[in-house]
Design a protein around this ligand. Structure first.
Ligand code: ZN
Length: 101
């Protein structure tokens, strides 16, 4: 499933690529051999998007934020004065909000 390099792609590029693949799939004849690799690539993108959506958001003292651990750790390494913000009080608040729904 990870034959396609989707992990390093920015979110916007993932969305554009997925749309292009969906358009290509719509144009491919039923039973065409090109359908399988297109569908596999779409599945890889969907899996990557789902993984990113489930990852916790990390926020820096400079307000830089991402769900990508490697990117965030790289940011902290490049900016030694920055620190990761503690979001635990917001996570507790989110649980309270969810409980009330
Ligand atoms: Zn920062």
């Amino acid at each position: 499933m990870r034959d396609y390099d989707v992990q390093g792609m920015p979110a916007g590029e993932l969305d554009r690529t997925r749309r292009d693949l969906a358009a290509s799939l719509a144009l491919a004849r039923p039973g065409s051999h090109i359908r399988a690799p297109i569908m596999a690539h779409i599945s890889a993108i969907d899996a990557e998007l789902a993984e990113r959506a489930s990852a916790p958001l990390r926020v820096c003292s400079c307000r830089f934020s991402t769900t990508d651990d490697a990117w965030f750790d790289g940011h902290l390494w490049e900016h030694p004065g920055h620190i990761e913000r503690d979001l635990s009080r917001y996570q507790e608040l989110a649980f309270v909000v969810v409980d009330r729904c």
